[in-house]
Design a protein around this ligand. Structure first.
Ligand code: F6R
Length: 242
């Protein structure tokens, strides 16, 4: 596990973009996280598209997760969010930006089909990950098995409270989501784990210094052979060696 620490989230975004760019240049299957953490990375990739000729034409993408019961045209659906934050600003074919359908009336079938679609695409080359304050990756809340696959999950009360900032009120935050499993994520050939801000410091400490167990879903990535962890100083502030 390589650990990179930068002074702020913009520098973290540049460091992440430096790692992701060669994959995009040669054509790849990109795994995309939503939420606020990857925004500086996406802004930097958009800048490189606009100014440095970085083309996404040979890239396809799979989102990690989606709220249940939010239609795609809801502005907080991850379908809409990734288009607003990244893909509508670059030359990726929109049909190749894959996401889970939170409105499916057969969510487990939708989840199984998504697993198959990732396999059919040849697997994810590089997966971008954020982390919840409670250690979740994608929406794999504490207790999720490290070999879990794509499925429906009940969101943890802390996740609902944390994500209320994107909605008019906490009542509007969906209570369930569809999420790639931890096992699905670990199948990606490369992982980039990004954490910024002091509220991620405990989750980062558990990932790097704690035991590998299901209390810390993020700790599962320590078992992956190809992980880069990129932190700002605030997220790294509770590490023993910092
Ligand atoms: C979203 C996702 C989540 C977020 C996490 C952190 O696709 O996978 O695990 O990365 O909830 O969210 P932010 O970045 O908003 O703090």
């Amino acid at each position: 596990m390589q650990i990179i620490i930068r002074s702020n989230s913009e520098e973290v975004g540049r460091a992440a973009a430096d790692i992701i760019e060669p994959f995009i240049r040669r054509g790849c299957v990109l795994g995309l996280a939503t939420g606020s953490t990857p925004t500086p990375t996406y802004q930097e990739l958009i800048r490189r598209h606009n100014e440095d000729g970085l083309s996404f034409a040979n890239t396809q993408a799979f989102l990690l997760d989606e709220y249940a019961a939010l239609p795609h045209d809801h502005e907080q659906s991850y379908y809409a969010t990734i288009r607003r934050e990244l893909t509508s600003h670059v030359d990726i074919d929109d049909a190749k930006v894959h996401s889970l359908d939170g409105m499916s009336d057969n969510p487990q079938q939708t989840a199984d089909d998504y697993e198959q679609a990732i396999k059919d695409a040849g697997g994810v080359d590089i997966q971008i990950l954020g982390v919840g304050a409670n250690g979740h990756i994608a929406f794999n809340e504490p207790g999720s098995a490290h070999d879990s696959r794509t499925r429906v999950i009940d969101l943890h009360p802390q996740t609902i409270a944390d994500n209320a900032r994107f909605f008019d009120s906490e009542d509007e935050v969906p209570r369930q989501a569809l999420t790639q499993g931890i096992g699905t994520i670990l199948d990606s050939r490369n992982l980039i784990f990004i954490a910024t801000g002091e509220n991620k410091a405990d989750a980062v400490k558990a990932l790097i210094e704690g035991p590998v167990n299901t209390d810390s879903p993020a700790s599962a990535i320590r078992e992956h052979p190809n992980v880069t962890v990129i932190l700002d100083e605030a997220a790294a502030s509770k590490l023993a060696k910092n």
